[in-house]
Design a protein around this ligand. Structure first.
Ligand code: GLC
Length: 634
């Protein structure tokens, strides 16, 4: 590998030079916006160009071929209706990388095309926030196998049509990371990788403006590090040290890590905790403009080195902010290609609890259309809690859900409200706050656990319908549907998590070990699972056969004239699909005229979940989600 010292931005490789001509301007603009005032800017610029060249040079030929094929495609690969995501902890899913390899047929049978493996890169020993405290970005956790084993797995997955997604934990490193250790040892260059203060003066000024992410288990945002005799910025746990991107050395070191992983074959990077990544004293340090510039810089660099790679925003922010992680205004489409729609996720649970489609409608219809070439990631559950704060600023602070309502949801999903079907738990309230997040598996939150306990057939039927509804809506929306490990089996909460000292954090309630078979399930649970399995399989199959469900066509939301029913349209060139989703436990109908208006007279039912349909097109059974296809009338 040669370190280029060229100063002109040509490399002699037409492919690289072409990309540099196209994206070099964005790269330069972002770098200038962040570091342009430095006297040594030219030097950092050169170092960045060298890094990008080196990474491109080192990229294996088969990945360069993948980049080219993807760049030549008419529509981005991740917008295809065939895309289906699955996320899991490899150790809990299959033991280790070898075990995951053996489960490739399982994933293929489910229809998975993108696999997000959590907690893969070498985390600190002991408690590691579920693997989000990384001690080394270029090696893997010992219990899973080596980085070479991971590379082998990635290649096997790709042969099976599955792209690998990893977390890129770029807001912080573990205290055990070499950079932090050298900072503790007193090396100034590495102390500048973090935010370190000799006393409480700055922390005391900043703290009142900041979020408390884990107020119970990790109160405050600063940690006193005795060995270094300094206060260190730690947004999450005390052992997770926030990186200081004001220092361009941090940017380059993290970009280098990202490229090395991309060159091992990782195809999607989930930009973890993206909203916190740029800090500015005197602000709340969330979603700052510089955060976006930083992501634009990552994107431009990836577009040059590895355009087959996609960035996915994990921006747990209110609705007003999340679309911006695709890039907005003149930067539209220049940040992440993918973004979790956490606001839609929380709104779907709100609708399920209230029996009203309004929260989901208000949320989904309020957001600006995503830019061209991007895709949402829709999901019902993931490894984190359901953060209700996402509903607080649905359309700006003045009309988001009230604290009173969010407090009600919080109690509802902990099973503390009369009539609640849920068996979840509250997560980490901030003292004085009315609510925080909710933990629990999809099945337990949707009522299956309570129904099994009560031995109530009607409740059980409704729970299965709710589970399928929360699979069916994401499958029809304009993004990649993502299934969280165990939800395809209707797994219940894991109450044993607290027995393990490393699993005290309440989110382990919904991180169960995947069972080998269904022996541990009661016969009734087995039959509920069989219905979930059949329904989910039908949904996936139907989605994959409907190209119009690809993310290139944005969803359009309608007022169906019935508060219980969420209605949205997926328009394509000639055809249109209407999705009607009943969030109530009773039968509902919508005006037949609405269907005719959207789909013309020839509308036909293509609902994958036929077993739970009402009879006429405009009628819906409890929690039914109906898909109707017709010709475009407009
Ligand atoms: C993300 C992860 C979460 C973790 C946090 C800190 O939000 O999803 O599990 O605790 O980042 O890394």
């Amino acid at each position: 590998m040669q370190m280029s010292k060229q100063t002109a931005h040509t490399h002699g490789d037409p492919c690289f030079d072409g990309r540099m001509a196209r994206f070099g301007g964005d790269l330069h603009a972002a770098l200038t916006a962040l570091y342009g005032k430095r006297t040594d800017f030219a030097d950092w610029h050169q170092r960045l160009i060298d890094l990008v060249w080196r990474a491109y040079d080192a990229r294996p030929q088969h990945l360069k071929a993948l980049d080219e094929a993807r760049a030549a495609a008419d529509t981005p690969w991740y917008q295809d209706a065939k895309m289906l995501g699955y996320m899991c902890y490899p150790d809990r899913f299959a033991g280790d990388f070898g075990g995951v390899k053996q489960k490739i047929p399982y994933l293929q049978e489910l229809g998975v095309t993108y696999l997000h493996l959590l907690s893969v890169l070498k985390a600190r020993k002991g408690d590691s926030d579920g693997g989000f405290a990384i001690a080394d970005y270029l090696s893997t956790n010992d219990n899973l196998g080596s980085i070479d084993d991971l590379e082998g797995l990635i290649s096997d997955l790709r042969d099976a049509g599955i792209s690998l997604c990893l977390d890129f934990v770029f807001n912080h490193t573990a205290r055990e990371h070499e950079w932090a250790q050298r900072a503790i040892a007193g090396e100034k260059a590495f102390q500048d990788f973090y935010f370190m203060y000799p006393d409480r003066t700055v922390p005391d000024q900043v703290e009142p403006l900041l979020d408390e992410v884990f107020p119970q288990t990790a109160p405050g945002n600063f940690t006193y590090v005795e060995d270094a005799e300094k206060w260190v910025w730690t947004t999450f746990y005390p052992y997770q040290w926030d990186l200081n991107y004001h220092n361009p050395a941090v940017l380059l070191a993290m970009l280098d890590n990202l490229f090395q992983l991309a060159n091992r074959g990782v195809e999607i990077f989930r930009l973890d905790a993206a909203i916190y990544v740029w800090k500015q004293l005197g602000t709340h340090c969330r979603n700052l403009p510089e955060t976006h510039v930083l992501i634009q810089l990552f994107r431009a660099a990836v577009s040059i080195v590895a355009p087959g790679v996609a960035l996915k925003a994990e921006a747990m922010a209110g609705a007003r902010h999340i679309t911006k992680y695709f890039g907005h205004a003149d930067q539209a489409g220049k940040e992440c290609q993918l973004a979790y729609h956490n606001a839609a996720m929380a709104a779907l649970w709100d609708s399920l609890a209230t029996g009203s489609a309004k929260p989901a409608y208000d949320m989904l219809s309020a957001l600006p259309e995503k830019p061209e070439g991007t895709s949402w990631v829709y999901y019902a559950r993931c490894h984190d809690d359901i953060g209700w704060a996402a509903l607080r600023d649905t359309k700006g602070a003045e009309w988001g859900a009230s604290d009173e309502h969010l407090n009600w949801l919080w109690r509802f999903y902990a099973g503390e409200v009369d009539g609640s079907f849920a068996r979840g738990r509250r997560f980490q309230p901030v003292p004085g706050e009315a609510f925080a997040g909710s933990n629990g598996t999809l099945a337990s939150l949707a009522g299956l656990e309570a129904a099994l306990e009560a031995g109530d057939d009607i409740a059980l039927d409704l729970a299965v319908r709710r589970i399928l509804l929360l699979h069916a809506v994401p499958m029809a929306l304009d993004g990649i549907p993502l299934i969280y490990m165990g939800d395809e089996l209707a797994l219940l909460n894991d109450y044993g998590h607290a027995d393990s000292p490393a699993h005290q954090d309440g989110r382990w309630l919904h991180r169960p070990v995947m069972p080998d078979g269904l022996e541990g399930f009661t016969p009734v649970h087995q039959s509920a699972y069989a219905r979930v399995r059949a329904g989910l399989r039908s949904l996936i199959k139907a989605r994959k056969h409907l190209p119009l469900l690809g993310a290139m066509n944005s969803s359009r939301y309608l007022d169906a004239g019935n508060d219980h029913v969420l209605a949205f349209v997926r328009p394509a060139k000639d055809e249109v699909m209407l999705c009607l989703a009943n969030f109530s436990a009773s039968e509902q109908s919508v005006d037949a005229g609405v269907i005719e208006e959207v789909l013309g007279a020839g509308a036909r039912d293509i609902s994958p979940l036929n077993g739970i349909c009402g009879r006429r097109l405009n009628e819906l059974g409890p929690y039914q989600c109906r898909w109707i296809l017709g010709e475009k009338t407009e």
